[in-house]
Design a protein around this ligand. Structure first.
Ligand code: AHR
Length: 653
């Protein structure tokens, strides 16, 4: 036979059972090129993903604007209602949420929200502290987002705006302390505070580790002090960025090697009504000049992790930026509010200005603002998506206006559409979303095999196994692995994907299943994280044809090749509750006599999950196995994803 040189692997010496799953893999005729953009990430401010999460700000309700709700809406009980009667939960308490009057040794006084003499129009409220009796210590403390994680030896940078009545000067003491204030871990006196609004700054090092720590601001006399935008950041942020991001969470993202980052969502792009849409211009520059609002996931967002920080994050992770703009109406699933037809151009301009901010020369209006914010070079923005999950005819009309204005000006930016085709319009990339049960994900292994290759590229912008999978168990993740392998083998047309939502804070979870969880001190990956990690780290350059002579309905296999490392990459998911054996005959490559690497995600219990307190229940394990002859027989454990990398001598053509 021509292929007498066929080499195969023998991974499991003990496997002498008849192989029920028989595959032939032909490496002599490589198939499609795998899209290098296939694995990206999706960030949305949901579940305190940014606020109290990725965004390293430690003070909650720093600007005293936590009760800012969408224009025309009202609050009642635990709900906020828009004028179109859309109801959303709210997870914040009163307007001084996060802040408590500090009284020690008989001190008396109180704190109040005030709107007289505001800091600026974006921050109309401030907090007034009145001390009538100083006692031993009087002032105010902030609990942070479910406690402040203070680390011994780490430096913290505090800034705040303050004013006094009648130009009076006073000393203000800023401290890091234990939850009951009995132990002070760091303290700084800021002298001469007073008069009109002014910014004050200080830094200190914590002498203790306490992950339920707090920040206090105290005065030692009976007096009145107004405070606003009280902020504290750890000195250590990712890449040492100012107004930066948490190091541990960013490292978790860096491990995913994301090709792109989608931002700001999601439904949040539309908002509960048009006033509540993401308005990127409110999210750049000095944090004291940013306007925050309650978002449609029920909590307040300062916009501290704004458009600029997002672009910086892309640059820091070596990922392309994919920014989603509002299409002229609010979220479709929340009783959309539409702008008037003659106002659509205002929204188009909002998008054009965002593109200019990211890409324009420093001589342009918005490019100059980017430079003023510390970044003269353009950012790596490569995609813009017009709207999210739109489902009405208005979208079609609006999309064309966006496309016609954006494409001629920024031909290098790819435009993503919510629809597959637009009458009399151009669709470059179409965004597909998929949530569902494991069965639905497994069923779609071959979904894109027959996708129209002449149609637009497909971006699976949101996907996640959300039903019947606990809070993210192995069954769901394996179903996603099958689905992603289906995308990989079709990535000539399905060129991009991103799991959603990316994050959840363990104390605020508004979505059934998410990829990465955290509290204020640690971060962990759900099983979906590890599937994404394994697939993104083992993305082949080309796919190889796999022919199944015989195979069960519960074993899924794809094969590809990594040209740089000259490695065959085999991916196998066993979704059944019993181990299965497979036999592979691999044509057209010569294997090195070095051990193959096997990376496996498995657990005897398909319902196994990772959680904050049990982060390592289901994590990939790497081992090596030696092959000895030309046919590979391998056992695949029940409930498993296996990735096998085998070194070859000459690579493939
Ligand atoms: O990922 C969570 C939400 O799911 C997104 O905001 C929305 O686009 C989708 O419906």
């Amino acid at each position: 036979m021509k292929y007498k040189l066929i080499i195969a692997l023998f991974f499991c010496a003990s496997s002498s059972l008849f192989a029920q799953n028989i595959y032939k893999i032909d490496a002599s005729k490589p198939g499609i090129t795998v899209s290098p953009r296939l694995y990206g990430i999706f960030f949305e401010e949901i579940n305190h993903a940014g606020e109290g999460g990725l965004y390293a700000e430690m003070v909650e309700n720093r600007d005293f604007e936590i009760t800012t709700i969408p224009e025309g809406a009202d609050m009642g009980g635990n709900l906020v209602r828009t004028k179109d009667k859309w109801q959303e939960r709210k997870v914040f308490g009163n307007e001084l949420h996060g802040w408590t009057f500090l009284s020690e040794g008989g001190a008396e006084g109180d704190i109040r929200l005030q709107n007289e003499k505001p800091l600026n129009s974006k921050n109309p409220h401030s907090m007034r502290l009145i001390v009538t009796k100083p006692g031993n210590r009087a002032g105010v403390w902030n609990k942070g987002f479910w406690g402040m994680n203070l680390q011994m030896g780490d430096t913290y940078n505090v800034s705040f705006y303050a004013r006094t009545s009648g130009n009076k000067k006073m000393d203000v003491t800023v401290s890091l302390e234990s939850p009951n204030g009995k132990h002070i871990y760091a303290s700084k006196k800021v002298s001469g505070v007073g008069g009109e609004w002014q910014k004050y700054e200080c830094s200190f090092m914590s002498e203790q580790t306490d992950n339920m720590g707090r920040l206090s601001v105290t005065i030692n006399q009976a007096d009145t002090l107004w405070l606003d935008v009280v902020s504290m950041f750890p000195e250590k942020t990712y890449n040492h960025q100012k107004n930066g991001l948490r190091v541990d969470i960013m490292e978790k993202l860096a491990d995913l090697k994301p090709a792109f980052i989608r931002f700001p969502g999601g439904a949040i792009v539309g908002g509960m009504n048009l006033d509540n849409r993401i308005q990127w211009k409110n999210s750049i520059g000095d944090i004291a000049q940013r306007k925050g609002t309650m978002n449609l996931w029920g909590y307040y967002t300062t916009n501290g992790l704004g458009y600029h920080e997002y672009l910086q994050m892309c640059e820091d992770l070596g990922a392309d930026a994919l920014w989603v703009c509002n299409p002229g109406f609010s979220d479709n699933y929340r009783k959309a509010e539409y702008c008037k037809p003659d106002e659509v151009q205002l929204y188009v301009q909002e998008a054009l200005d965002a593109l200019e901010y990211a890409l324009g020369p420093v001589t342009s209006e918005w490019g100059a603002k980017r430079a003023a914010n510390g970044h003269s070079e353009p950012f790596p923005l490569k995609y813009i998506e017009i709207g999210n999950e739109a489902s009405t005819g208005v979208y079609v009309t609006n999309y064309k206006q966006f496309y016609d204005a954006i494409h001629p000006k920024y031909p290098q930016v790819k435009i993503i559409c919510n629809y597959k085709s637009i009458k009399d319009g151009v669709v470059e990339i179409k965004d597909d979303h998929k949530y569902g049960t494991p069965e639905e994900f497994i069923r779609d292994f071959n979904l894109y095999d027959k996708a129209d290759r002449k149609g637009p590229e497909i971006y699976v912008g949101e996907y996640g196994c959300t039903h019947n999978v606990g809070q993210g168990n192995l069954t769901g993740a394996l179903a996603e692995a099958v689905y992603l392998m289906g995308l990989e083998k079709n990535s000539d047309i399905v060129t991009m994907s991103s799991y959603a939502p990316l994050f959840f804070h363990v104390n605020d979870n508004a979505w059934p299943v998410n990829m990465i969880g955290f509290d204020n001190q640690s971060v962990f990956g759900r099983t979906s994280y590890w599937v994404n990690y394994m697939l993104a780290q083992n993305r082949p350059d080309v796919m190889l044809n796999v022919q199944a002579a015989d195979s069960s309905k519960t074993l899924f296999c794809t094969a590809g090749f990594d040209r740089i490392n000259k490695e065959l990459i085999l991916k196998v998911v066993n979704t059944s509750k019993v181990a299965q054996q497979a036999q592979f005959s691999i044509l057209g490559v010569k294997f090195k006599k070095s051990p193959a690497t096997v990376i496996q995600l498995t657990h005897k219990d398909p319902k196994a999950e990772n959680s904050l307190y049990n982060q390592q229940v289901v994590v990939p394990q790497t081992s090596t196995e030696t092959f000895v002859n030309n046919t590979v027989n391998k056992d695949f454990p029940a409930n498993s994803l296996s990735i096998i990398r085998v070194k070859t001598i000459n690579g493939i053509k």
